[in-house]
Ligand binder design. Structure first.
Ligand code: IPE
Ligand code: IPE
Ligand code: MG
Length: 239
């Protein structure tokens, strides 16, 4: 194993829409929350593998701004799992030198969860390995709105000229400011949509969808996505 198996190019930034936990549980006659439990276990495992493969930035979609629409039972189970896994990840990712950052509106979470989010960021701040962005209460439209409001404030308070605002100014005001755009976005569970994930950043991302449900998405499935990515011809509007 290594960065260059079969001379494959390893994308710098990969995003994953971790979908299909509910269906995974349903297929087994289990409650949806059990699917989330297995999904969370998979998150723990595959993150380390992806870091070993040489990816520089991994953005995982864990909970969207729209996921609050689910039953309070399901949302409650998810919040409980987040807490449990964020306790584990305080030490989990240390050996792989993974730096953890959360993107999304954390103000909606309870104090204990916010504390764990902050703690994870603090203990991993100086790590030099892969950057893991965990998107929680993340929605791309809310993110763009946040950027627009901040730019408006700069126009009002700091003399920013509206005519001078650039695409890079918008990008730098997003949660992902300073990071390369995702090269590859993987969605498990078979749907062919972004569901409000990295809309601005994914303008030229390669999209890879697999029927495999998130709890079943393992190392070899990730490698398959990388192989498929290597077959794509990225033109960025050129020829
Ligand atoms: C993804 O799995 C996890 C979250 C959105 C939190 P789902 O819960 O959406 O699973 P399906 O799509 O219903 O199978
Ligand atoms: C997207 O999955 C959000 C996450 C994986 C966190 P959803 O299951 O919420 O998306 P839709 O509802 O199928 O579009
Ligand atoms: Mg889903």
């Amino acid at each position: 194993m290594g960065d260059n198996d079969n001379n494959l190019y390893i994308p710098e930034h990969v995003g994953i829409i971790m979908d299909g936990n509910g269906r995974w549980a349903k297929k087994r006659g289990l409650p949806r929350s059990v699917g989330h439990k297995f999904g969370a276990q998979n998150f723990r495992k595959i993150t380390r593998y992806i870091s070993k493969r040489g990816v520089k930035v991994l953005t995982l979609y864990a909970f969207s701004t729209e996921n609050w629409k689910r039953s309070s039972e399901e949302v409650g189970a998810l919040m409980k799992l987040f807490k449990q896994y964020l306790i584990d990840s305080l030490t989990d990712f240390r050996d792989d030198d993974i730096k953890v950052v959360f993107i999304g509106d954390r103000s909606a979470f309870d104090d204990k969860l916010v504390e764990l989010i902050n703690e994870n960021e603090e203990v991993s701040r100086d790590r030099k390995g892969m950057l893991l962005n965990i998107a929680m209460n993340y929605g791309s439209r809310a993110e763009i709105l946040m950027a627009v409001k901040e730019l408006c404030r700069e126009v009002r308070d700091s003399g920013l000229d509206p005519e001078g605002i650039t695409e890079e100014d918008i990008a730098s005001h997003l949660y992902t400011g300073g990071l390369p755009d995702p090269d590859l976005i993987i969605r498990t569970g078979g749907e062919l949509r972004l569901s409000n994930f990295l809309l601005y950043q994914s303008a030229y991302s390669e999209f890879y969808s697999t029927e495999t449900l998130w709890p079943d998405f393992h190392d070899e499935d990730f490698d398959k996505a990388i192989e498929e990515f290597n077959k794509r011809s990225r033109r960025f509007g050129g020829v």
